[in-house]
Design a protein around this ligand. Structure first.
Ligand SMILES: [Zn+2]
Length: 386
């Protein structure tokens, strides 16, 4: 299964440098996982992801289950072989997508019934089914099926939802142990070394987060995620809940903050004890022309870049920055060329992955505190356009 080792820690805060060993190799942490929703990180090739240092990518169970189908992928030998990616993969449980379908889903204790966004067909996703689907996909890390609450939620709603998520986590773990003891009829296990992470819920109520953390840890998983944050709550609330929840999780297991965030969020949450991140922000924003640089953010469609011959980010060594000017990138964007999405995505992901590398180096050299202060000073300039 997965094994996690803490290599060094920081004396000023909860940051830690670690290594997570999976069935498809080692992930150096803190790590950022680019989101490969449908078995592809949008507007990039695996070749480029490898070249810019992506150690692990994320796949979305909801999308892969509906199309092309987990059984088809299992018949192709699992997700790694099907998509031609040999490094680690984490799959989410599908919960987040199902819960965001709003009026097209119905939740019961059994699971979540929903209508496909593709053809309107009805499906029932249960903790056991979400576990089976991810076993067929054969990711290195599968996530438990949990209930994702919208923000803001009342304390009562958050408590009820969190307790249901704990019961679902117990069912997910029981099912995975059955599959490991296997064989189980109709479930092809594509990756026998697959690990499973539990998810802590509880909204912004710390006593609920504590209860969720304690009960999820009692079930026993190879790692733990903090879910239900980065959904619209203020940053200081997210940071506070992250700090207190991470501190309650076992030190010898990886901690994954789901769905965060901006480059500043990554640095701030590493300082609060987080080891793994995923977010669509670098890829989605790239396709919309919003670029992250060492000097702040750039909206490439802004007219001021029309005759700007400088590289996007003079401090960045990615292909986009080595080869092209802001003027050309703006032209491609305005002309609707597909290369705009590709070049912008390559840069934004390079920026995120480079930031993680710098964080890892800083923790190892015991200079993370200084790095953090300098990073926030440049990042909080926010936008170069104003
Ligand atoms: Zn670049």
């Amino acid at each position: 299964m997965a094994c996690f080792e803490v290599i060094s820690t920081d004396s000023h805060n909860a940051a830690r440098r670690g290594a997570l060993t999976t069935a498809h190799g080692v992930v150096q942490t803190p790590a950022f996982m680019p989101v490969g929703t449908q078995g592809s990180v949008k507007a990039t090739l695996h070749r480029d992801l490898e070249q810019i240092g992506a150690q692990i990518i994320l796949g979305n169970t909801y999308h892969l289950y509906l199309r092309p189908g987990d059984e088809l992928i299992a018949r192709r030998g699992g997700l790694h072989r099907f998509i031609g990616w040999e490094r680690p993969i984490l799959t989410d449980s599908g919960g987040f997508q199902v819960f965001s379908l709003a009026e097209r889903r119905r939740i019961t204790e059994e699971g979540a019934e929903f209508q496909s966004h593709l053809d309107g067909a009805r499906h029932l996703l249960t903790p056991e089914r979400a576990t089976d689907i991810q076993a067929r996909l054969g990711s290195d890390i599968q996530m438990v099926f949990d209930e994702c609450l919208a923000f803001p939620a009342t304390e009562e709603a958050a408590a009820e939802s969190m307790r249901r998520s704990v019961r679902w986590a117990e069912r997910c773990r029981a099912r995975l142990l059955e599959l490991r003891a296997g064989p189980v009829e109709a479930v092809t296990v594509s990756n026998p070394g697959q690990a499973q992470f539990g998810i802590v819920q509880g909204g912004v109520y710390q006593h609920l987060r504590n209860e969720s953390a304690d009960r999820t840890v009692a079930v026993g998983f190879e790692g733990y995620a903090i879910g239900g944050l980065s959904v619209g709550e203020p940053s200081d609330v997210m940071y506070a809940v992250t700090a207190d929840t991470a501190a309650r999780l076992p030190a010898d297991r990886p901690r994954y903050l789901m769905g965060a965030g901006t480059p500043e969020d990554l640095v701030e949450c590493v300082a609060r004890g987080i080891d793994m991140f995923d977010c669509v922000m670098p890829t989605r924003n790239a396709r919309n022309g919003q670029l992250f640089t060492s000097q702040g953010r750039i909206n490439i469609k802004n007219a001021r870049y029309a005759e700007d011959d400088r590289p996007l980010d003079p401090a960045c060594g990615c292909y986009t920055c080595r080869r092209h000017s802001r003027a050309y990138l703006r032209h491609l964007y305005m002309a609707g060329e597909m290369a705009a999405g590709a070049l912008n995505t390559l840069h934004n992901l390079s920026f995120y992955l480079d930031t993680m590398q710098r964080i890892r180096d800083a923790i190892a050299f015991r200079t993370f505190d200084t790095f953090r202060q300098e990073f926030l000073r440049s990042a909080t300039r926010l936008s170069l356009d104003q």
